[in-house]
Design a binder for this molecule. Structure first.
Ligand code: ITT
Length: 197
């Protein structure tokens, strides 16, 4: 089984990547230095790609300091974008979740509840950086529902899910079928398979 290092401080992201890619023959290993996930500085930017590229640049530097420059490394930046709240929480999704939480988002919304999630994944192949994007359109629920997943999952209903469940009411497998992360990681898997990286 091939190994891919994933640099993330978010265990929910790690588990989703493992669930999706392990059955396809890729072992997703959390990238650690001295037994812990190294700190990465996220730039102030209103663009997920800019943030993902800044994360991978720092990650590759860390690989180099470990003498592991030729190993592959994955980072990703994700955000929830709500039509009624332009650019919000967007690139500030982590901060907004910590400050007002899902309940705070629900309080801000009225009739227009359309939203989408985006993931920009950046992969260091050992030679170059490749970028993969995934998008999931949906709506923000009226109430929080479900206890699976993480982050905004209890308030996000993907349009493609016909029974109107939030991500938090789904198995990890079902969430990946529809999700921004699932799409970005399937594109990454296709690239790895074709390229043999
Ligand atoms: P990294 O270490 O990988 O940067 P992070 O938690 O800081 O992890 P992001 O900045 O990419 O991740 O994500 C912003 C927030 O958006 C994150 O804290 C989650 O709470 C939320 N989020 C991201 N993906 C999500 C998903 O699939 N479902 C629900 N919430 C999600």
């Amino acid at each position: 089984m091939a190994t891919l290092n994933f640099l993330t401080g978010n265990s929910g992201k790690l588990v989703e990547a493992q669930n999706l890619l392990s059955p396809l023959g890729w072992e997703i290993q959390s990238f650690h230095i001295d037994g812990k996930v190294p700190e990465i500085i996220e730039p102030q930017s209103d663009n997920l790609t800019t943030v993902a590229l800044a994360k991978i640049a720092q990650g590759v530097e860390l690989l180099a300091t470990q003498g592991r420059f030729e190993e592959s490394l994955l980072v990703e930046d994700s955000g929830l974008f709500i039509d009624a709240l332009p650019e919000f929480p967007g690139v500030y999704s982590a901060h907004v979740l910590q400050s007002i939480g899902c309940e705070g988002i629900l309080r801000l919304l009225d009739e227009n509840r359309s939203a989408h999630f985006l993931t920009v994944a950046a992969l260091w192949t050992g030679e170059a950086v490749e970028v993969f994007v995934g998008r999931c359109d949906g709506t923000i629920s009226i109430d929080m529902k479900g206890d699976g997943g993480f982050g905004y999952d209890p308030i996000f209903i993907p349009n493609e899910c016909e029974n109107g469940h939030t991500f938090a009411e789904m198995s990890a497998e079902e969430k990946s079928t529809y999700s921004h992360r699932g799409r970005a990681l399937r594109a990454l898997f296709d690239y790895l398979n074709v390229d043999g990286a």
